[in-house]
Design a protein around this ligand. Structure first.
Ligand code: NDP
Ligand code: 2IT
Length: 444
């Protein structure tokens, strides 16, 4: 058994039942074998055992009162995974499916993603099993205030800087920030994704979706290809999906399908994004409304069918494991050429295998969706420097970062003899920097 296999086995034994965490760790660790072959000193320093164990896990109670006076209790989480290269950084997810395994998988991914951005940010993630769907603004505020009343003591602009993720957008960040400031009496860059009137950065809202398209565009450009005239499928209809759609359309692509957790819309004429934005951003409604408003479009209940629609490019932008082996086979059979992950771990291990075997250009989440956190780091830089950069400036930096990530993961894959394997490339390139920083800092 190799060192990597031994650590992976231990991880599964010591964290029983954490299936999402096991999945992310399996995907990452098994690609790192060549790095450990090259660096026997890492094993002596128990580097991998330390890497897979969070520096700190915070679990807390979040009590809140609904509009009818009923008291509810949710679970709150913050996993401060790795601070070797900078303060813990990563989003907060509010979704009923959240548990420790989900937060740990997201945190582990985040370490390597943040490393790939080239910026000084460590990895963390948090959230709650609270379901924001159908709640009033007052209920959301009450929940966010209660969540921050515990979280505030564990975070800070040089310690841990949370942001949004599923179920946490501009509204939630506003309420969380307001409560932090009230308790801590400091107006600092302790959260990113803040509103533009109170310290946020231009382009942060758009960054993950735009970045996803920028890195895919670079992969296309190097193959003499482009988004022009491509048929694209985007799953989800939240923050990442909407801005991926906007950027892909602006480059001449035809986005024909999107979904939410109830079902998907297919519009052969190309999705009218302003209708989606009105339903999702303004009305907080359901995607099925789209079919009622746009003649010629079709709504189908259930999500799975979306992957049977023929496309050139698939951009999964909803959630983990939304593409399984069968979905991947449908995509391949229908001629998909590029798959780039906007969501975190949207493809199962078997789906990734299917894409690899078929020779699809596959850009994994930690590289492809790094534009969001990269722009969060730009927001942190602006906060620290009391600066406010223009949209054009932030957008250009984001684009440069995404193109840089593509070349970095491509080079790492080539260096170890796995040309075109961007899963290997992203894991290795991300890990090398973290490993170097951990080795330099001793046994901590
Ligand atoms: P949002 O909450 O804005 O949107 C999430 C979308 O995904 C919604 O359309 C939602 O549908 C759908 N969705 C969520 N859970 C499920 C599910 N179990 N099954 C089917 N559909 C589901 O979140 P974001 O757009 O911010 O995040 C989307 C993905 O991108 C996540 O994986 C997140 O971790 C990742 N990501 C986000 C970044 C960011 O900056 N926001 C940065 C990098 C990655 P419904 O409304 O019905 O729940
Ligand atoms: O998964 C992610 O990278 C995010 N949700 C964004 C994290 C951040 O700190 O901006």
């Amino acid at each position: 058994m190799t060192y990597v296999e031994k650590v992976l086995k231990q991880l599964k034994e010591r964290n029983p039942g954490e299936k999402e965490f096991h999945q992310a760790a399996t995907e990452i660790l098994l690609t790192l074998e060549p790095v450990f072959d090259k660096h026997p000193e890492y094993e002596k320093a128990a580097l991998l055992e330390r890497f897979v164990e969070p520096e700190r896990v915070i679990l807390f109670r979040v009590p809140w009162i609904d509009d009818n006076g009923n008291v509810h209790v949710n679970k709150g989480y913050r996993v401060q995974f790795n601070s070797a290269i900078g303060p813990y950084k990563g989003g907060l997810r509010f979704h009923p499916s959240v548990n420790l395994s989900v937060i740990k998988f997201l945190g582990l991914e985040q370490i390597l993603k943040n490393s790939l951005t080239g910026q000084p940010i460590g990895g963390g993630k948090g959230g709650s099993d609270f379901d924001p769907k159908g709640k009033s603004d007052r209920e959301i505020m009450a929940f966010c205030q209660s969540f921050m009343t515990e979280l505030y003591r564990h975070i800070g602009p040089d310690t841990d800087v949370p942001a949004g993720d599923i179920g946490v957008g501009g509204r939630e960040i506003g309420y969380l920030f307001g409560q932090y400031k009230r308790i801590h009496d400091e107006h600092t860059g302790v959260l990113t994704g803040r509103g533009l009137s109170y310290g946020g950065s231009l382009i942060r809202k758009e960054a993950t979706g735009y970045g996803l398209v920028y890195i895919t565009e670079e992969a296309m450009r190097l193959r003499g290809d482009s988004f022009e005239g491509k048929t694209v499928i985007i799953s989800g209809s939240g923050n990442v999906a909407i801005y991926a759609c906007e950027k892909a359309q602006s480059l001449g692509a035809k986005v024909v399908a999107m979904y939410d957790s109830d079902g998907y819309i297919y519009d052969k004429n190309g999705i009218q994004l302003e209708v989606v934005r009105k339903i999702k951003e303004e009305e907080r409604g359901r995607i099925k409304e789209y079919a009622a408003r746009v003649p010629g479009s079709v709504y189908t209940p259930g999500c799975k069918g979306i992957w049977t629609i023929p496309c050139d490019v698939a951009l999964p932008c909803a959630t983990q494991n939304e593409i399984d082996a069968k979905d991947a086979e449908s995509l391949v059979k229908n001629g998909v050429k590029y798959v780039a992950e906007g969501a975190n771990m949207p493809s199962t291990l078997e789906a990734i295998d299917t894409f690899k075997r078929a020779g699809i250009i596959f850009l994994p989440a930690k590289a492809a969706n790094a534009g969001g956190v990269a722009t969060s780091a730009l927001e942190m830089a602006q906060s620290s420097g009391r600066l406010f950069w223009s949209s054009a400036e932030v957008d250009q930096k984001l684009k440069d970062i995404m193109i840089g990530i593509y070349h970095n993961i491509d080079a790492a894959a080539k260096k170890y003899g796995f040309d075109g394997d961007y899963v290997m490339g992203a894991n290795i390139a991300g890990f090398e920097k973290v490993a170097d920083a951990m080795m330099a800092q001793g046994i901590v």
